[in-house]
Structure formats: structure tokens, C-alpha cells
Design a protein around this ligand. Structure first.
Ligand code: SF4
Length: 60
């Protein structure tokens, strides 16, 4: 899978990090993808749906 975050849209809410700490981490109040090519895709999708800024895209 491939996970990307649009930094322009990220509000820094840290919901993604709370849901999938193995995939996302916060850095300077912006979410960052720790490892864009591995991890639980279902979790990444859930984070994308929960993201208030719709900043997360997940590709299989
Ligand atoms: S859930 Fe979305 S807005 Fe919130 S920190 Fe993660 S990428 Fe940013």
C-alpha cells in the first residue's frame, strides 16, 4: 500500500496517530507517514475516513 498525507490539509488533530501509531506520527503538529509502503491498510483506510481535513490518501 501507499499512504500519503497532504500537509496543506492536515489540521494537526493527531487522530491518525491515535488510530494507527504504527503508520502515522506527529512531527511539528503535522502528521507524517512513518512507513508509506507497509502497515495495516485497513487501519490506514479508517484513519483516512476519520481525518477531518481529508488529508490522507491510501492506495492499495
Ligand atoms: S487525522 Fe488528518 S488532519 Fe488529523 S493529524 Fe492526521 S492527517 Fe492531520
Amino acid at each position: 500500500m501507499k499512504v500519503q498525507i497532504d500537509k496543506e490539509k492536515c489540521t494537526g488533530c493527531s487522530v491518525c496517530e491515535s488510530l494507527c501509531p504504527d503508520i502515522f506520527e506527529m512531527e511539528d503538529d503535522i502528521a507524517k507517514v512513518k512507513n508509506p509502503n507497509s502497515g495495516d491498510i485497513e487501519c490506514a483506510k479508517e484513519a483516512a475516513e476519520s481525518c477531518p481535513g481529508e488529508a490522507i490518501t491510501v492506495e492499495e
